[in-house]
Ligand binder design. Structure first.
Ligand SMILES: [Zn+2]
Length: 647
């Protein structure tokens, strides 16, 4: 498509000390240009649909070219001023987008155009026009003035109540106090970090660094149960009213913009497609997980009865503790033994080598790249067969002060054919020296997002560039790539101990078995959460606790514990609203995609190239369901996922 003379150049980044000024300059220039382009579009009212779509996408490109580096630097830049400037730029872009979404004059430019007329000339442009019209409709731009005022009010209120809901969960830390003898079973470093107070007692809080290991390791069942009940009552009763208000606001919003329910509004732009399909999916996964989940729980109960012979069932106060015991007693995976094989530098080079072989890519160190911190490595991405440079990636993998705390892929520049290269960043917090196998899985996962961003950056429209697919499909490519981090043959290429011995196949097999234990019961618990997130929004709810109890007993194999109110601290009800099913949905699709690969030959170039070209490269140019069907030669199904659960 592009010859070497027209090949776009990478973005020239400023020196770290100049980043804040660079962002400020970029904000002023790009926002002014975008504003000007919008005004001209409204004044000219192009009657040629193709011209209108192209001009709109050019505005989108300006906003992405500002928003992408601004967001990346707000999370990763070592200088506080650059991070603050990045945050500000992101807010300005978002405010401008909201303003455009409710601009009646702008809407009328596009409402006068016909996607069907465009379909014959440029099907992709027709798809883009449909999307633009859909966005406007979903924002309520074509409703009357009073309705638009109410919609704006609801949107603001949802933000405020959502923030209060989240703040309450963060701030409401509860705790129990126990005598030191009740810490039996806890890891030594944990006990050292929890000194005995003047009252002779040790405080254990509901924060993750206390709660998770305590439920997993503390031998004292009564203390585990006390802590769990506090944990499941965080933010209750304060968040009960907020939760009801949130779902009511969403219900009203969906109704004002013309939908039967909030789940119908929410799923219209997702792969799953409708609210009813969410309900059906939850039941389908529950059924597929049933036998496997019952096996897990039977094993846990059997182990529990060694300690408590009269136990009739097992609930969440005991489940994590006995799952951990079974992993240690039955599968004998010693983390200390495993980590000897994972040296950071070898793992990083192995990751590049494995994904390069798989996807036909070559990563060449980018000597001319300016990086924001000495820890950051930059590589140009080339196609192996033609040598063409198709993007640039930055790996920012070690922790430092002020940096983003989790692991994620960030965009630096969206790719557009012949115009600009896709550039992306991996921001992680991984140690140097020996690392955990979990870190290896994380690296493969996040790299799945990164190659998606790069490979999908060669289309004509920025709207469809990069990870521009439906939100419930986004995790499928990254979950798929995790499979390569669990394959003995793949691991042997870079998982070597200090003497150069590759990780034994038999150890990898035990690691997999230990990791697989509990997948059925976990799936059922996830479906309980998904059902709660869906049902709260699908129907009027008078008693959140009653609904929680009903759904927990129907979906989770761990029965409801009296006096608990987990919905009050279910933080995802703000961000995901009715769509908590999405994580499991992506996993179902990832397992289906993986079924096309040969597990005995994970590097099979033919399958991998087809996957690259049919699923990753199109970005958002097609619906995700069609991408998957193009690759598999059939519609997606839940069969591979069900088979994996049954394994
Ligand atoms: Zn991810």
């Amino acid at each position: 498509m592009t010859d070497s003379t027209a090949a776009p150049h990478p973005l020239e980044l400023p020196a770290p000390s100049q980043t804040a000024a660079w962002l400020e300059q970029r904000t002023t220039t790009l926002l002014a240009e975008a504003r000007d382009a919008v005004e001209r579009l409204k004044a000219d009212r192009p009657t040629d649909a193709l011209e209108a779509v192209r001009r709109w996408d050019a505005i989108e490109l300006m906003l992405r070219n500002l928003g992408a580096p601004a967001h990346t630097f707000s999370e990763l830049h070592p200088e506080e001023e650059a991070r603050a400037r990045g945050d500000e730029a992101v807010q300005q872009v978002e405010r401008f987008r909201t303003e455009l979404s409710l601009d009646r004059d702008l809407y009328e430019v596009f409402a006068a155009l016909d996607p069907a007329e465009l379909a014959g000339r440029d099907p992709l442009a027709a798809r883009l026009l449909e999307r633009v019209l859909r966005d406007f409709r979903r924002s309520g731009v074509n409703t009357d003035e009073a309705t638009r005022a109410r919609l704006a009010e609801i949107s603001d209120r949802i933000v405020v109540v959502g923030q209060e809901f989240g703040r309450e969960i963060r701030d409401d830390v509860r705790s129990i106090k126990v005598t030191p003898d009740r810490l039996a079973g806890m890891p030594e470093d944990w006990v050292e970090a929890h000194p005995v107070g003047e009252d002779g007692l040790v405080e254990v809080t509901t924060d993750y660094p206390d709660y998770v290991p305590f439920l997993m390791f503390a031998d004292d069942a009564e203390s585990r149960r006390r802590l769990m009940i506090h944990y499941l009552n965080r933010a209750w009763p304060a968040n009960d009213a907020r939760l009801k208000e949130l779902v009511e606001l969403r219900r009203e919003y969906a109704s004002l913009v013309g939908y039967d329910s909030w789940p119908d509004y929410d799923t219209e732009v997702k792969m799953i497609g409708s609210g009813d399909a969410v309900a059906a999916f939850i039941d389908q996964v529950s059924e597929a997980a049933d036998a496997s989940a019952r096996r897990d729980v039977a094993l846990l109960l059997e182990r529990l009865r060694q300690d408590r012979p009269d136990a009739e069932h097992i609930d969440r106060a005991d489940a994590a503790y006995y799952a951990e015991k079974i992993r240690r007693e039955r599968f004998d995976v010693d983390a200390q033994q495993v980590r000897r094989y994972f040296d950071f530098t070898r793992v990083r080079d192995g990751l590049l080598d494995v994904t390069g072989r798989l996807l036909g890519l070559e990563y060449r160190p980018a000597a001319d790249a300016v990086v924001w911190h000495p820890d950051v490595d930059a590589y140009d991405v080339h196609l192996t067969d033609t040598g063409e440079r198709i993007g640039r990636i930055y790996l920012d993998l070690h922790p430092r002060e002020g940096k983003y705390k989790h692991a994620a892929q960030f965009d630096l520049s969206p790719g557009v054919a012949g115009r600009q290269l896709p550039e992306g960043v991996l921001g992680c917090n991984i140690g140097r020296g020996l690392i955990e196998h979990d870190d290896v899985v994380t690296l493969f996962h996040e790299f799945g997002h990164l190659v998606h961003h790069v490979l999908a950056g060669r289309g004509p429209y920025v709207r469809f560039s990069g990870v521009a697919t439906e939100w419930d499909f986004v995790e499928a490519p990254s979950q798929l790539l995790e499979e390569w981090a669990w394959d003995a043959e793949v691991l042997r290429t870079f998982a070597l101990d200090a003497d150069g011995n590759p990780i034994p196949e038999e150890l990898v097999a035990r690691m997999r078995t230990a990791n697989d234990f509990g997948k059925g019961s976990d799936a059922r618990t996830q479906m309980f959460y998904a059902a709660l997130s869906y049902r709260l929004h699908a129907e009027p709810v008078t008693d959140v606790t009653e609904l929680t109890k009903e759904l927990q007993n129907a979906y989770s194999l761990y029965p409801y514990v009296d006096g608990t109110h987990m919905a009050a601290s279910f933080g995802h009800l703000d961000g995901y609203s009715s769509g908590y099913y999405t994580y499991m949905w992506s996993l179902v699709i990832a397992k289906d995609l993986f079924s096309a690969f040969d597990r005995a030959n994970m590097f099979d170039p033919e399958v991998a190239r087809r996957y690259r070209d049919l699923v990753l490269a199109p970005g958002g140019q097609k619906d995700a369901a069609d991408l998957v069907a193009d690759f598999l030669g059939r519609p997606y199904s839940v069969d591979a996922f069900a088979a994996w659960l049954a394994e």
